[in-house]
Design a binder for this molecule. Structure first.
Ligand code: HEC
Length: 125
């Protein structure tokens, strides 16, 4: 199944990646981001990932930065790999911790795909 294999492949890449260099080699196939994967990511964002508490239900921001935008502070140019990296590593010294709420790498990839898709106009928040 395409959705599961994308998440599994990305998750194993992320798990193997030990640092920024390895992560930058991760070039996910964004064409494989399906509505089903986005829906999973939305669920992570709003529910067990706890992201919406700080980033807002519409990604409008709050205690955390807005996540619907063209200019990113931590996540490079907002490409999928950079969003995955921020959620996986966190931003040291800020409220943005690695793996918020203890989500695993698979959930990290799902929620990153959701944020990416909203920013590319492929999904609603
Ligand atoms: C306790 C509050 C909090 C929670 C919960 C939280 N974040 Fe954050 N997040 C932040 C803050 C604060 C920043 C900005 C860090 C900085 O100052 O650079 C941030 C930054 C980010 C960025 C980078 C924004 C940019 O402009 O580059 C992304 C992406 C992100 N968060 C995604 C998530 C996701 C996905 C989750 C849930 C799995 C999550 N965050 C949970 C507070 C939070």
């Amino acid at each position: 199944m395409v959705i599961i294999s994308l998440a599994t492949i990305l998750a194993s890449h992320v798990a193997r990646a030990q640092g920024a260099k390895a992560m930058s080699e991760l070039v996910p196939d964004t064409m494989a981001i399906t509505p089903a994967l986005i829906a999973k990511g939305r669920d992570v964002f709003r529910n067990h990932g706890g992201c919406a508490v700080c980033h807002g239900m519409q990604l409008e921001g709050g205690a955390g930065l807005p996540l619907k935008k063209a200019k990113w502070k931590d996540a490079g140019n907002g490409d999928l790999a950079s969003i995955v990296r921020v959620v996986s590593n966190g931003v040291p010294g800020t409220l943005m911790v690695a793996h918020p709420n203890g989500i695993n790498e698979e959930r990290v990839v799902e929620v990153a795909a959701y944020i990416w898709a909203v920013n590319r106009g492929r999904a609603k928040p």
